[in-house]
Structure formats: C-alpha cells, structure tokens
Design a protein around this ligand. Structure first.
Ligand SMILES: Nc1ncnc2c1ncn2[C@@H]1O[C@H](COP(=O)(O)OP(=O)(O)OP(=O)(O)O)[C@@H](O)[C@H]1O
Length: 238
C-alpha cells in the first residue's frame, strides 16, 4: 500500500511488565479520513492512541505519517475534555500555542480569536469552563486541539457519559469540522453501532492484535463471530 497518504504503524508493541497490551500491530490508517478503533474494555485502545501521539513510548515498532518516520503532528482529545477550570476559554485554547513558544502574543491572540469565531465560541471567550454548557466545553476542547493545526486528532471516547442527543451532536461536530479543517481522525469509541455513521474505517483491537480492518459496510457484511456479541450486546445476553 502507498505510504504517502497513510499513518503507518509497523510492528508496534507495548507491554506493562509481563502484560502485553499491543502485540506487533501493523496498521495503515488513511490520512484525511475517520478511523474508529473498537474493542472491549481494557484491551489497549487508549494505549494505542497514546503510542501514536507519543504520550507513551512503544517498546518496539515504527510509526510514520506520509512516509516520514516519527510521531506525526497530532492533538489528543481526552474523555473529559480536560479543560483547565482556572483558565478562561481563550486561555485554554491559547495554551498549546504558548507551550510551543513559537508564536508571539499578537499572533496567538489573532489565531485564538479566529478559532473561537469558527467554532462559534467568541461570546464565551472570557468565560470559565464552569460557566459554559457541555456542548461549548466540547467545542472549546476541540478548539484547543485544532489550534496548532495538527494533521491528526486522536479522540479518546469523546461521548462518554453523554445522553443520546448530545452524543449525536458531538459526532456531527467532529464530522463537520473534520470536513472543514481536513484533519485525520483516529477515535476510540464504545458507541457501536452509532459511531459507524461517521466512520470511514473500523479497526477492531482484540488481544493485542487488529483482528478486523475495513469499512462499516464490510464489517456489517462480514462480521467476525467473536465481534457479534460486542456489536449487539442484546444478543449476548439473550
Ligand atoms: N501506564 C500504565 N501502566 C500500567 N498498565 C497500564 C498503563 N496504561 C494502561 N495500562 C493497562 O493496559 C491495558 C489497556 O488499557 P487501555 O486504557 O488502553 O484500555 P482500553 O481498551 O482503552 O479500555 P477502556 O475501553 O475501558 O477505556 C489495561 O490492562 C491497563 O490496566
């Protein structure tokens, strides 16, 4: 497969003590598209995202994007948004730019102002996270993830704890902004099958290996037996 438009993982392994979590994973994730990683709890989905982002060092294997070896430019969006309560929305969004130390004060103000406007957050710029709605918090976290113009955004269970209506609102937001900004999404989600609607590709992680890779349509047409109860928990408990 061509490597110029892919995030490629080759032989990626990660163990904690004697527990092997990722076992020589090979994966070609198309850039510019949305890939969702599914799998049962504790199987290593978050560890996979953290290895891609460089938050965790893998034990062996390589990561490359567009054929370039090394950790790609990516942002990591955590389950609970992880906004700093003591900072306003604009200070939260500015933080990654301040941390790089590359942009001056004026440039930061300009870029943060533009980003807040694009995500319809300008009226909330001086507010603290506790003073804004759940949807605004998600958008503020997304604005912070987008501010450095990353190629890839890693979403770790972005809809955990949300009711169905808010869940769909978050999915719509991610789909719309991905199309608008053109970033690649790699997402971990338990919201199956709902998340399939916004996913171009599904990767099933099980016992340290990617045991299925394909489109949601391919998954529906050719569901591995071991995945069936996971996709439809009602069948498993019947
Ligand atoms: N820093 C760490 N040190 C030791 N063990 C860890 C560490 N991080 C993760 N693990 C272990 O790795 C395994 C996979 O964890 P991970 O958080 O990736 O699971 P997950 O698939 O994302 O689960 P969930 O769906 O419940 O969020 C777990 O057994 C976990 O305890």
């Amino acid at each position: 497969m061509s490597n110029d438009s892919h995030l490629q993982l080759k032989g990626l392994s990660k163990a904690f003590g004697s527990q092997t979590v990722l076992d020589r994973i090979d994966l070609d994730i198309p850039l510019g598209e949305h890939t969702t990683v599914i799998g049962k709890s504790g199987t290593g989905k978050s560890v996979l995202l953290k290895c891609i982002s460089g938050l965790l060092a893998s034990d062996s294997g390589t990561i490359s994007a567009s054929g370039k070896q090394g950790i790609p430019s990516c942002s990591y969006m955590f389950q609970q948004n992880a906004l700093f309560d003591s900072m306003t929305v604009e200070e939260n969004v500015a933080l990654p730019l301040r941390e790089t130390g590359k942009a001056g004060k004026e440039e930061i103000e300009q870029r943060v102002g533009d980003m807040l406007a694009q995500l319809e957050l300008s009226p909330a710029s001086k507010k603290y996270p506790a003073e804004i709605s759940g949807g605004m918090k998600k958008r503020a976290a997304l604005a912070r993830a987008l501010i450095t113009s990353p190629e890839i955004i890693l979403f770790d269970e972005p809809t955990t704890g949300l009711d169905p209506q808010r869940k769909y609102a978050v999915f719509d937001m991610i789909r719309d902004y991905r199309k608008r900004f053109g970033f690649t999404v790699v997402m971990v989600s338990h919201d199956v099958p709902e998340v399939f609607e916004i996913s171009d590709h599904i990767a099933w992680l099980d016992e340290g290996k990617i045991k299925f890779w394909g489109t949601p349509k391919q998954l529906a047409e050719n569901t591995p037996d071991a995945l069936k109860p996971f996709l439809n928990p009602k069948l498993a408990s019947a």
